[in-house]
Design a protein around this ligand. Sequence first.
Ligand code: 5RP
Length: 219
Amino acid sequence: MDSSEKKRNAAEASLKFIEPGTVLGIGTGSTVNALIEMLPDVRERIDKVVSSSKASTELLQQQGFEVSTLNEAGDLDLYIDGADEVTKRLHLIKGGGGALTREKVLAGAARRFVCIVDESKFVGILGSFPLPIEVLPMAQAFVVRKLIKLRAQPIWREGFVTDNGNHILDVHGLTISNPLEMEARLNQIPGILTVGIFAQRPADILLIADDTGVRELRA
Ligand code: 5RP
């Protein structure tokens, strides 16, 4: 089974968490794209849908959904999103698609966060995947100097601008053995808008697809 098939299986397994009347938040990425294609099957159970990126908004609209803003929708019953790395504690690295800031806002606004991944994302320790960080343009050089002092290797994502008009640093060489502490520490650097570690608000349920099916891990 290839990884896109596993992503589809993880996405399909998340549909059962969409209960009648759900105010639903939708993440970004190829796993979520597979989910968006399936959403018309459960349309009658969705009260409102909020999106974490322009890309997902466009796909949702193509499927005939009217997309609400978070301000209009209020708190979310459920947020479903993929991830770049996940641990058994349900800590995540996100932001491979560059949508980490809005994703973190939606995860924070959600009563329940279901994360959908294929098994390749499951790791013992976060950090092999370069950590995405969204940075305010006027703080770029300052933030790079701060990260280098932490012995990390920050690299600008070439030619990429986020939906918020900022740039992304992909930070290599971090072994994130304490994700809560690292997230808090990086959050304190002025000019960093969002760190792609999701530990202070981890997933509540992890759906991991492999060749044999979809495994469910809970916090
Ligand atoms: C986007 C993300 C995605 O969830 C993450 O990159 C996983 O993407 P994919 O489902 O394509 O593997 O954080 O900012």
